[in-house]
Structures are given as structure tokens and as C-alpha cells.
Design a protein around this ligand. Structure first.
Ligand code: ATP
Ligand code: MG
Length: 656
């Protein structure tokens, strides 16, 4: 009887069931977040195995992260299909490479590069290209991108320009570095992760006997999150398949958030063209989130444009109504973090487990205030996919420098009435190569800069709260903060970047720092880049099962003038911003909550933020900067002007 197999189909809706029972030929599932794509393919494999139609060892399920692969193995085991391989592209390829190396190439398989960035640095030294730590990481990212898109060194400059890459150096230099890095690896018989894919592709292309052997083992392929497949991974998949077509892919073009690594939703969207006889299934029932969360997600989809958006499908929530999304506006960042921590404490008190709560942000440098606020509130937390703030190398180096400087600075107060405090800290950081102006472009250099800028803001807050404090006091304060931050725990609230949150879900999600400039992030310039930022917000919103809070702060530090506006992506979606209401039938009752400012409002004369002169001209006071001062200390003139205008415009729409 096929009773035990049918049991696997119990928890599926008719479309998911079609996916699960279509075990022959190509299958493509195009569906939005939370519609049960991952569930459908897991059950498909289990159904195939339990009904005897798929031999467990003949199935290869591929995902993109080790965590997702581990989770899938667990689910398969629970469904009675434990013998199936569920791996990342890399781990599947590595196994094959190690197995076939002696026969295809001879000798022992090479070792994996352990310290890739160090090897890139060495390549730089050989070419006479000196790179600092951040540039090194970014250059390494460029090399990875080039390899993932099958771009050889000579073609890198043209390809990088075409793709709008923001290389940390002249593309010709990156190309040279890339070539030298490859040579060093060859000389030392080392391979990196991209080589694992490249070499496996090479062997399968060249050696038909080996390709046939792999094909005789694996006959059925399943790929999750297919919108993020790189051209190289796609090539590998095609070689695994040969001329067969037992391939099931699932994905959501609306969640493409890794195109900077070479990933592209084209393979997903062109699946029908490649396999005209494919079974294409669309899922629209959202099983994850409440109607309120789904309504907001649909609103974001409706505003999206670009290729992914042409394929959007409205989601229909299958869950009971829950609370409306909360929109919370704060005067400054510390207030936002404290307000978030307070809400989290309330949720935990109301019975939501800490492990079911997440705080998601755009860049990892934003985590510091949240780590601090949660630590202050006694809430355990863990960071996913990022180093904890005080453990980041650049922050540790800065702390060392500050401690060193504190010995020589003696009793000089951090803040006097002419110089902003930040000035002393900035001077110390300046001696380590940091500059108040953000570096151009994105990537590791920018992240590093943001971490140090967060440190400067921390110092500024501290000096304001403790007039007369010295650099030594600051060093002690920072040391205490570092020590107070909790050790990572498994049960804690998750702090993660939006990128790291993909595929996951929580009962309560806090999307924080939703200002224009952070989401979309300032360096997203082209329409395509801005669209990817919007998709990031969509990914964030759709992680929430029940509670969703979206917040932003109008200024960075306590007492600072408002210089920021809520993310433009929320226009027409958040209450009071015009356009559609926050949800159907909300009766207009929902509004933007305003958290209390943490700091005292700035009193006394308004001073130029650059030279400290008291300002009298209205125009200058708005900018907090004299006309004569060439540039602002922390933000460009243009940016401040634009932000200020935006606030004025935004205010008119907001409830008083
Ligand atoms: P994402 O795009 O975020 O990866 P997804 O489409 O892969 O989402 P899943 O993670 O598979 O969605 O499912 C979302 C949630 O809905 C999970 O908690 C899953 O168990 C639940 N779910 C999916 N399908 C059903 C169903 N038919 N009945 C009940 N719950 C379901
Ligand atoms: Mg999924």
C-alpha cells in the first residue's frame, strides 16, 4: 500500500501536492515568501522515496547555506527520507572533486586555501599593490565575483565596468592582483572555494567517463532558492544533469538579494524557455505570516519594478489576523535601540520565546546599539553571520589606540565648548588611518568605516552624558560595555543583517534603522541597485510570522538635529504617508508611534558642527554649519540638505 507515502502529502495544499507528486521531468516553482516552497520540495523528496519512485541515494538536494542544508537533512530524516543527500553546491562539488582527483588529475587532491585574504595580500605585495585590510577584503570579493561569473583576469576590467562593480581600486589593478593570486595558488598547490566549482566543472566537461559515473549515481536534482544561483553553479548543475531533465527548482525572483555576488534570477525566470515541457507551479497562499504582514509585503511588491517584479504574485495569508505592524519613530538611534529592547522585553514577558524574536538591520555596523540596549535590558541575544561589535578587528584596533592615547591625553576633557568631542576620538582614529568622510562605494571598506563611525557616535553620546569626561574615562566605559555584552547564546534574540535572514522565520521581527540612506543604502545608485534594496526590505518583512515592528530614528545621536527621513520604500505604506492605508479596514486608527527621545533636547546657541562658531543666520542654523566651512564633519552638504528637505516634506504627511 502507498499509505505511508500519502501521509507525507497530508500537510500540503493542492499546488504543493502537485509539486510533491510530479516526480518526472522538470518542475519549477515560482512563488513568494512563506508560501511553502522549501516545505513542498522537502515533502516531494520524502514522497518520492517513501512511494518507492526515487531511490534515496539517487537524489541530490542543493541549497545555498550549510544551515539550510542541515535543516533540510533534519526535515528529510523526520519525514522518513534520511538517506538523501542535501548539500550546498560547494560541499557537493568538493566531495566529487576529492573523490575523482586521483583519477582525473593524479596524486592527492590539493588543500583548500585557509587564509584567502592573506594570499591576496601576498599577491598584492608581489605586484607592488598595497591594500589596507578593508580594501583587501573587497578585492577578495571582486576576485570571488569574477570567478563565480567565469570571468578571467584579462576580462575583469570590462566585465566589472559592465556589471557596475565598485572595485576598491582601479579595475586594471584588480585584474593584475587576481592573476597573481591565481599563480600563487597554483605554485603552492592550493585551491579556493571557487576553484572547487571551477575544477569540478572542468573535470566533468573533459572526462566523459567521470561525468557518466556521477550521472549514474545522481538522477534527480532539487534546488532551493534558485533565484540566487550563479552562472558557475548553473553550469555545474547542467553537467550533473547531462541530457536528462529530472530537475526541480524553487525560488522567488522577488527575493533576489545576492546579485552583487553574481547571482541572477534569470535562470529561474527562463526555466520555461529552457524546458518548454516543464511543469510550472505557482503558490500564492502564504502560510507564514498574518494578513497584516502579508498586506504590507504585497504593498512592497506592488511598488517594485524590474524583471523580478514582472513576475510578482499577490500573496494570500492563510493565518488568523494578528496585530497590525507597528511603525515607530524615534528622535535618535540610542532611543530607537532602547525602545526596541523595551518592546522585546514586553514580548518575552508576554510569553514569546527569545529565540522567536529577531532584530534585522541593513549593515552589521548597526548592530552595536542593539547589542548594548539588549545587554542593558538583560535580554540574551546572538548575532548571525557577523562578528559581535566589540570583537571586530577594526573596533579592537581602535580601542587599543584609544587606550594608548588616553595615557598621554591625561585630564583633557573629551568635550569642551568649542570642539565637538568626537574631535579627540576622531583624532585618535585618524592616526590609525580612519577619516571622517565615508569611503566611496560599498563592501568591507565601508562596513569597517561604519563600525568606527558607530564608535565615534558612542563616544559623542558618552561625552554629552558625562560633561568633563576624559579619554581615559571613555576607555573605561568602552571596556565595561565590551565586558557587559552577553556571550552568544542559542536561546537568545537573533540580531542579523537582512542578507543573513533569508529563508528564516520568527514570531516577532523588528526591522530597524529604516531611514533613507540606510535602506536604500546611500551607495545604491542605479535603479537596479535601489530595486535590490527594496527586495531586501521585502525579505525582511516576510520573515515575520506575527509581530512586525518597523522603526527609524530621525537623528543619529541624542540632542542632534533631525537629519534623516523614513525609508522612501515606506511611502504610501506607513500610516500618514499618503496612499493606501496600513491595512484594509484599519479605520485610519493606526499611526506612527513616537518613542521618547533619550537625550535632552539641545539647548542654547546653535553652533557650527565644523568650527563651533555660534550661528545666527537661519540658513546656517538649519544646516548647523557656517557657509564658510568647507565640509561637514560627518555628512556631505548635499546629503544633509536633501535629508532636511525630505523631513520638511515628510512632516506634512505625518500626524502631529
Ligand atoms: P521563503 O521564500 O522565505 O524561503 P518558503 O516559500 O520556502 O519561504 P517555507 O519556509 O517552506 O516557505 O514555509 C513557510 C512556513 O509555512 C513554514 O513554517 C511552513 O512550515 C509553513 N507551511 C508551508 N506550507 C504549509 C501548509 N500547507 N500547511 C501549513 N503550514 C505550511
Ligand atoms: Mg524557503
Amino acid at each position: 500500500s502507498d499509505g505511508p507515502a500519502d501521509a507525507v502529502l497530508q500537510g500540503l495544499d493542492p499546488e504543493q501536492r502537485e509539486v510533491a507528486t510530479t516526480l518526472r521531468g522538470p518542475v519549477c516553482v515560482l512563488a513568494g515568501a512563506g508560501t511553502g516552497k522549501t516545505r513542498a520540495i522537502t515533502h516531494r523528496i520524502a514522497y518520492g522515496v517513501r512511494s518507492g519512485q526515487l531511490a534515496p541515494a539517487s537524489v541530490l538536494a542543493v541549497t545555498f547555506t550549510n544551515r539550510a542544508a542541515g535543516e533540510m537533512r533534519g526535515r528529510l530524516r523526520a519525514l522518513g527520507a534520511g538517506g538523501v543527500q542535501a548539500r550546498t553546491f560547494h560541499s557537493a562539488a568538493l566531495r566529487q572533486l576529492q573523490y575523482f582527483w586521483p583519477r582525473a588529475i593524479g596524486g592527492e587532491p590539493p588543500r583548500l586555501v585557509e587564509r584567502k585574504v592573506q594570499l591576496v595580500a601576498e599577491a598584492g605585495a608581489r605586484c607592488g599593490i598595497r591594500l589596507d585590510r578593508g580594501e583587501l577584503r573587497d578585492a577578495t570579493g571582486e576576485i570571488e565575483w569574477a570567478k563565480a561569473t567565469q570571468t578571467v583576469p584579462a576580462d575583469y576590467p570590462a566585465a566589472a565596468r559592465k556589471a557596475g562593480r565598485e572595485a576598491p581600486r582601479d579595475p586594471a589593478e584588480i585584474a593584475q592582483l587576481y592573476g597573481m593570486y591565481e599563480q600563487l595558488k597554483r605554485d603552492r598547490v592550493l585551491i579556493d572555494f571557487e576553484d572547487v566549482l571551477l575544477l569540478t566543472v572542468g573535470i566533468l566537461q573533459d572526462r566523459h567517463d567521470i561525468a557518466e559515473q556521477v550521472r549514474s549515481q545522481y538522477q534527480h536534482f532539487v534546488v532551493d532558492e534558485y533565484q540566487d544561483v550563479s552562472p558557475l553553479q548553473q553550469r555545474l548543475l547542467e553537467l550533473w544533469l547531462g541530457d536528462r531533465d529530472s530537475l526541480c527548482v524553487v525560488g522567488d525572483a522577488g527575493q533576489t538579494i545576492y546579485s552583487f555576488t553574481g547571482a541572477t534570477p534569470d535562470h529561474l525566470l527562463d526555466f520555461r524557455r529552457r524546458y518548454p515541457h516543464a511543469t510550472v507551479v505557482r503558490l500564492v497562499r502564504d502560510y507564514r505570516s498574518t494578513p497584516q504582514v502579508v498586506h504590507l509585503a504585497n504593498g512592497l511588491l506592488a511598488q517594485a519594478s524590474g524583471r523580478a517584479a514582472d513576475h510578482r504574485l499577490e500573496l494570500v495569508s492563510q493565518r488568523e489576523p494578528g496585530p497590525d505592524p507597528v511603525y515607530a519613530e524615534y528622535a535618535d538611534e540610542p532611543a530607537e535601540a532602547e525602545g526596541t529592547a523595551a518592546r522585546i522585553r514586553d514580548l518575552i514577558a508576554a510569553g514569546v520565546p527569545a529565540g522567536e524574536i529577531a532584530v534585522l538591520f541593513r549593515i552589521n555596523a548597526q548592530s552595536e546599539v542593539y547589542e548594548q540596549a539588549l545587554a542593558d535590558a538583560g535580554v540574551p541575544y546572538r548575532l548571525r553571520g557577523a562578528e559581535r561589535f566589540f570583537e571586530r578587528a577594526e573596533v579592537q584596533r581602535a580601542l587599543l589606540a584609544l587606550r594608548g592615547a588616553a595615557r598621554s591625553a591625561g585630564n583633557d576633557p573629551l568635550l569642551d565648548d568649542v570642539v565637538e568631542l568626537g574631535a579627540q576620538v576622531r583624532a585618535v582614529l585618524g592616526s590609525t588611518g580612519w577619516s571622517p568622510e565615508p569611503p566611496a562605494g560599498s563592501g568591507a571598506v565601508r562596513e569597517q568605516w561604519e563600525s568606527l563611525a558607530a564608535l565615534v557616535r558612542l563616544a559623542e553620546d558618552f561625552a554629552r552624558a558625562r560633561p568633563g569626561a576624559t579619554l581615559a574615562d571613555l576607555a573605561v566605559e568602552l571596556e565595561e560595555r565590551r565586558a557587559a555584552q552577553h556571550a552568544p547564546t542559542v536561546q537568545g534574540v537573533t540580531l542579523a543583517s537582512l542578507h543573513a535572514a533569508k529563508g528564516l522565520e520568527w514570531d516577532a521581527v523588528f526591522l530597524v534603522g529604516l531611514t533613507d540612506g540606510m535602506l536604500p543604502i546611500t551607495y545604491a545608485k542605479t535603479d537596479e541597485q535601489v530595486e535590490e534594496e527594496r527586495r531586501l526590505l521585502y525579505v525582511g518583512v516576510t520573515r515575520a510570522r506575527h509581530h512586525l515592528t518597523l522603526s527609524w530614528a530621525l537623528s543619529r545621536s541624542p540632542g542632534g538635529r533631525p537629519s534623516r527621513v523614513p525609508s522612501r520604500f515606506l511611502n504610501g505604506l506607513r500610516p500618514g504617508s499618503g496612499g493606501r492605508a496600513s491595512r484594509p479596514g484599519s479605520g485610519g486608527g493606526a499611526g506612527v508611534e513616537r518613542g521618547p527621545a533619550r537625550g535632552r533636547a539641545r539647548r542654547g546657541p546653535v553652533r557650527c558642527r565644523v568650527c563651533g562658531r555660534t550661528l545666527t543666520e537661519a540658513g546656517e542654523m538649519k544646516l548647523m554649519r557656517c557657509e564658510d566651512c568647507p565640509s561637514d564633519m560627518d555628512e556631505g552638504l548635499y546629503e544633509r540638505l536633501r535629508a532636511w528637505r525630505g523631513i520638511q516634506a515628510g512632516r506634512q504627511g505625518l500626524p502631529a
